[in-house]
Design a protein around this ligand. Structure first.
Ligand SMILES: C[S@@+](CC[C@H](N)C(=O)[O-])C[C@H]1O[C@@H](n2cnc3c(N)ncnc32)[C@H](O)[C@@H]1O
Length: 266
């Protein structure tokens, strides 16, 4: 097995087959959504949905390997969106039980020219001996503030550490081994370090591993995030109770440009 608690600059499709059977407690991963990958939308053309042809083989390979390397009580949390979800669901169901489609509610309006995006999906697929989450009353709609893309981000598709911490706290124990095969800027790794879980990580782009290393150096920030989590989530919850109106990103022309870019990146 490769060194743990490190992000390896390797192609996960080549590395997954080398991982031992029944060795991983939980997989938390955020593959590229692919839709719009070769989009000509920027030049005024239509989005290219041709990439669907590569999605099914890709997700089939991933879930086949996931089922092999997970322990019998293991599980997968995989971020996806409404366009890719049908394929993820079909491929995951071939090998595991798809237990939930968690709706990550941003509580915040994002870019879009029709109805505005306020959510992403997280597929929760479980092995046959997976236990229930610790909070038996937790619903499948999670309202957690996304990374504000009008400020500097670590990755174009960076996920908030809080959402990964929730998965870890609810469904894993200290010392467990977590796999993220599409690490990006290392959000899963940071959450694992904060909560004393071990991790195995792959990221194909060295630039994002460099970003992860500089995130680690900002140790004070990590401690700040940890100690203020309850307060941050508490404030956020009260400002964004189901009765209150959603906040909207500021809409200067620059921000609109960033919003369009964000949609294209995703
Ligand atoms: C959606 S991003 C993950 C973002 C991450 N959740 C974060 O918070 O920074 C997906 C990442 O997968 C990486 N990737 C794509 N194909 C890969 C492969 N075959 N092996 C490893 N990493 C890959 C991309 O470079 C990209 O950084």
């Amino acid at each position: 097995m490769l060194e743990l608690n490190k992000i390896h600059c390797l192609d996960c499709l080549e590395e997954l087959p080398k991982i031992e059977d029944n060795s991983i407690d939980c997989i938390i991963t955020d593959p590229p959504y692919f839709i719009g990958f070769n989009s000509s939308a920027k030049e005024g053309g239509r989005q290219d949905y041709g990439n669907f042809t590569m999605l099914k083989p890709l997700f089939s390979i991933l879930f086949k390997e996931f089922e092999r390397i997970l322990k019998p009580d293991g599980r997968v949390f995989m971020f996806t969106d409404w366009r890719t979800y049908p394929i993820v669901n079909i491929c995951a169901s071939e090998f595991m039980r798809v237990s939930n489609l968690i709706v990550w509610d941003y509580g915040w309006i994002k870019a879009g020219t029709q109805f505005r995006f306020t959510h992403e999906f997280i597929v929760h697929a479980t092995m046959h001996k997976a236990k229930s989450p610790k909070d038996r009353a937790m619903s499948d709609v999670w309202r957690i503030k996304p990374i504000n893309f009008t400020t500097k981000r670590n990755h174009p598709a960076e996920k908030p550490v809080e959402i990964i911490r929730r998965m870890l706290k609810e469904c894993t124990e200290e010392g467990d081994l977590i796999l993220d095969c599409f690490m990006g800027s290392g959000t899963t790794a940071i959450a694992c370090k904060q909560l004393n879980r071990n991790f195995l990580g792959f990221e194909i782009n060295q630039r994002y591993i460099d970003t992860y290393n500089s995130r680690l150096e900002q140790d004070n920030l990590t401690k700040f995030e940890m100690s203020n989590e309850q307060e941050l989530l508490g404030n956020y919850k009260s400002k964004n109770s189901p009765d209150s109106n959603f906040n909207e990103f500021p809409s200067s022309s620059n921000n609109k440009k960033e919003q369009r870019e964000k949609v294209n990146e995703e």
